[in-house]
Design a protein around this ligand. Structure first.
Ligand code: 2HG
Ligand code: ZN
Length: 482
């Protein structure tokens, strides 16, 4: 549950703040509460932390110096990138005992090799800027998430972000060939190798990816790129049922599995919120439907004939009653407008009132059963609840979100958060799914992790944490219960 504890006085020694200020120089540290406040809360407004200082190192050496000074004073650090966590993963505690370490000034593209298809990049570069750097060299960085304009590479890797292209290109961890990490004692591990084959002992980089800053601080990475697509096309399809969505997914795979890069799901309820709350959006079809899919195909071949192929598949799906209507993008602007309908779901949901989010995954064939059972489970907890499922159907990840019933007080609705999450998770568990598909654990889900992974798995995680961060100075209170 989100904490709302009042802020207490800072317990960080002034001598440490002074030493950090001296090490970081002008512009390297924020201490005024008006300046630090945005770093101490999350965009969802679930957590309101407090910090005596936000450290803003501009190089890996400066990050290492911050960690060394803080370790010597036993003061914990909360690494932070774009602060777009869905689970409070980058906010400091309320008691003022933790300092925020922002990676945003480590913002250089160090190298890009279009033949090797590798990008060596620092933690503070936004995902969007990293995509643009790849594009400028006729390459593709195929990681795409709704918050990519703000989310930074360090956070994207530390949380192993998923997103829209997982079904074709995998999650963030699948892109990483090498890492540079500042360890809990302030030493620097230079693992910035860019090899496709390097079978030399334990794969350390994968430990840090997805650890949410609790094992080390990622300062740079080597990412694997792809050739730029020569052609890209999207379709927005109306569907009668979730079962029809699976049939359509199967058809697309049979037609050209390599070209299918996204298969996203939207419900009538979610799309209605977008159309109502996001200016300039409109349904690209003549009539509303109970379910929608956003499909994207891409190919590096200029003669792939994506449009003709997609139209053939959609026509066959219509014939079979799996699709009732569809629009195929005729321009980049139209493709972007389809994506906007999908990517504005979070914002539309925020504008519609208080919400409870369930970032879950189940095996793809179980999605129709999951949607039906989870909706019933939510309605049993809060009658009149608005069920707003959407997400990455092609990889099994559904954002099974709830919005407060019209007219219900937000606080009364949020009081049911835990019961609602439990109700959904019971169905997820039953279907062999995960309680956190792509958003991680942060501060919201350590208790869930402890219960879902209890036994040898949790014990191993604790031993790894103890080995890499014995004094628990890196992002305490996240991932693992203290
Ligand atoms: C997305 O897919 C993000 O748009 C956010 O993962 C999901 O708001 C959400 O629940
Ligand atoms: Zn998502």
């Amino acid at each position: 549950m989100p904490d709302t504890a009042p802020v207490s006085a800072s317990v960080v020694p002034q001598a440490l703040i002074a030493a950090l200020g001296a090490a970081l120089g002008a512009g390297g540290m924020l201490t005024d509460s008006a300046d630090t406040a945005p770093y101490a809360t999350d965009w969802r407004g679930l957590y309101h932390g407090s910090t005596a200082a936000v450290l803003r190192p501009a190089s890996t050496a400066e990050v290492a110096e911050c960690v060394r000074l803080c370790a010597a004073a036993h003061v914990p650090l909360v690494p932070q990138g774009g602060n777009t966590s869905m689970v409070g993963g980058a906010v400091p505690a309320e008691d003022g005992s933790q300092l925020v370490l922002s990676l945003s000034r480590l913002a250089r593209v160090r190298a890009l090799d279009p033949l090797d298809l590798t990008l060596t990049i620092e933690a503070g570069v936004t995902l969007k800027a990293a995509q643009e750097a790849a594009e400028a060299a006729h390459c593709l960085l195929p990681l795409s998430i709704a918050s990519e304009g703000t989310a930074e590479i360090g956070g994207v890797l530390a949380t192993n972000a998923g997103g829209n292209n997982t079904l074709r290109y995998g999650n963030a961890r699948d892109r990483v060939l090498g890492l540079e990490v500042v360890l809990a004692d302030g030493s620097i591990w230079d693992g910035l190798r860019r090899l496709r084959k390097d079978n030399t002992g334990y794969c350390l980089r994968q430990l840090f990816i997805g650890s949410e800053g609790t094992l080390g601080i990622i300062t740079a990475a080597v990412l694997r790129l792809e050739p730029a697509p020569a052609e890209r096309i999207a379709a927005f399809a109306a569907l009668p049922s979730p079962e029809a969505a699976l049939a359509l997914l199967r058809r697309l795979r049979h037609h050209d599995a390599a070209a299918l890069v996204a298969f996203e799901y939207m419900s009538a309820a979610g799309l209605a919120l977008v159309l109502a709350h996001i200016p300039g959006t409109r349904l690209p079809l003549a009539e509303k439907a109970p379910h929608y899919a956003l499909i994207e195909l891409a190919s590096s071949r200029p003669d792939a004939g994506l449009a003709a192929g997609l139209e053939t598949v959609l026509a066959a799906a219509m014939e079979a009653g799996e699709v009732t209507d569809a629009a195929v993008s005729a321009s980049e602007a139209q493709r972007a407008s389809f994506w906007r309908l999908r990517e504005e779901h979070s914002e539309a949901q925020r504008l519609a009132g208080a919400s409870v989010k369930n970032d879950v995954s189940v095996p793809v064939p179980a999605i129709p059963e999951f949607l039906a059972r989870a909706a019933a489970a939510g309605a049993a907890v809060v009658p009149g609840i608005r069920v707003v499922p959407f997400g990455h159907l092609g990889d099994g990840n559904i954002h099974f979100n709830f919005v407060q019933p019209e007219g219900m007080a937000a606080a009364a609705f949020l009081a049911a958060s835990e019961a609602l999450m439990d109700a959904v998770n019971e169905v997820v568990h039953d279907l062999g799914g995960s309680f956190s598909a792509e958003h991680g654990i942060g501060r919201l889900k350590p208790a869930m992790l402890a219960s879902w992974r209890a036994g040898p798995e949790l014990a191993l995680m604790r031993r790894i944490k103890a080995a890499l961060d014995p004094d628990c100075l890196l992002n305490p209170g996240k991932v693992l219960l203290r």
